[in-house]
Design a binder for this molecule. Structure first.
Ligand SMILES: Nc1ncnc2c1ncn2[C@@H]1O[C@H](COP(=O)(O)OP(=O)(O)O)[C@@H](O)[C@H]1O
Ligand SMILES: CC(=O)N[C@@H](CCC(=O)OP(=O)(O)O)C(=O)O
Length: 310
């Protein structure tokens, strides 16, 4: 390699590192909630880059909070146990047997895998669920669906599917104020002590809203919200998002994700982004570089054109 060639790589590396400075300053001591979806978790190598990113955020002075999902992993254990599972509005209909499996997979298995992975890279992760210190109390979620024939709204019984009732972030505050990183499984406890299955996006959004987080990142397995032609929508107002749900462009698991984003924006979270967790270092790219990708959800009134992201 020529002398000038030898110098290019270190110069580029130094440039990239140096350009991270304003972003690090922007997020210094700020709360960033990262929702790590079950679909984004598939590949162990990607899991490692995710864990490294979280450790790096903490090392840089950010207060990362990881909320994880595990839908596909719950599905595969249910299948092995011959338990049928159905979805309505992107939510798993959860009977007593299913909620036990959900808790086992989320709080028992996945939570501890993520904790171990973060700790392997020098972080000090602490795994909890929404049941710890009453972090998230839940009530039974009431949902209606329109009958396609009669067009009458009918109540669907989702069983032990919960919606956040109160959020008590004390335990997360205590953890983040130290050198620990909270890793949270999306379960809630009701007033009567029963356990509820809360969609991980909904959980992350409620926590981010209650903590007035600077950013909420939802990591999934697609580049962001796609339009009817399958093209990425880079930014979306809450009204446009509602229209895309109504006309069937947004379906399945993307529905609770979008509803979460809208609620989080309305609760005052500064930046809410859906990104592709299958891109290595998606979290670092989104927060510490100008190469943020995915779909940014904006308030209906329209935030200023230049958002925190640019
Ligand atoms: N308009 C849309 N744009 C992007 N993804 C969509 C859309 N409508 C439905 N989806 C589906 O939503 C899925 C993401 O939600 P989900 O499966 O719950 O992911 P995760 O496990 O990451 O939370 C995508 O893989 C895609 O199949
Ligand atoms: C009520 C409900 O649907 N709960 C989800 C909880 C896990 C989750 O949300 O995981 P992902 O983020 O990977 O989709 C479920 O049982 O699958």
């Amino acid at each position: 390699m020529s002398e000038s060639g030898e110098g290019i790589l270190p110069a580029l590396q130094a440039k990239v590192l140096s350009e991270a400075l304003p972003y690090m300053q922007r997020y210094d001591r700020q709360t960033v909630v990262v929702k790590y979806g079950g679909h984004a978790m598939g590949d162990p190598a990607l899991g490692e880059t995710f864990a490294r990113d979280i450790v790096m955020l903490k090392q840089s002075g950010v207060r990362p909070i990881v909320v994880h999902g595990g839908g596909p992993q719950i599905q595969s254990l249910l299948k092995r146990l011959n338990i049928e599972s159905q979805f309505a509005h992107g939510l798993r209909i959860t009977d007593q047997e299913t909620v036990n499996v959900v808790e086992m997979v989320l709080a028992g298995s996945i939570n501890k895998q993520i904790v171990a992975m973060i700790n392997r890279f020098g972080g000090k992760a602490c795994g909890i669920s929404g049941k710890d210190a009453n972090l998230m109390t839940a009530r039974k979620l009431q949902r209606t669906v329109r009958d396609p024939e009669s067009q009458i709204e009918k109540l669907v019984d989702l069983g032990f599917v919960g919606e956040p009732e109160t959020v008590n972030p004390h335990i997360v505050d205590v953890i983040t104020e130290s050198d620990l990183i909270p890793v949270v499984a999306p379960l809630g406890v009701a007033r009567d002590g029963l356990t509820y299955n809360i969609n991980a996006d909904t959980f992350a959004g409620a926590l981010a809203g209650a903590m007035k987080a600077k950013r909420l990142l939802l990591l999934t397995d697609v580049p962001g919200v796609l339009d009817a032609k399958g093209e990425l929508v880079t930014s979306l107002t809450t009204g446009q998002a509602r229209d895309m749900i109504a006309d069937g462009t947004i379906t399945g698991g993307m529905i609770p994700k979008i509803e979460t984003c809208m609620a989080a924006v309305e609760a005052g979270v500064e930046g809410v982004v859906i990104i592709n967790g299958k891109v290595p270092h998606a979290v670092l790219l989104e927060l510490f570089t100008a190469h943020g990708a995915g779909t940014l959800i904006k308030a209906e009134t329209g935030q200023p054109e230049k958002t925190e992201r640019e």
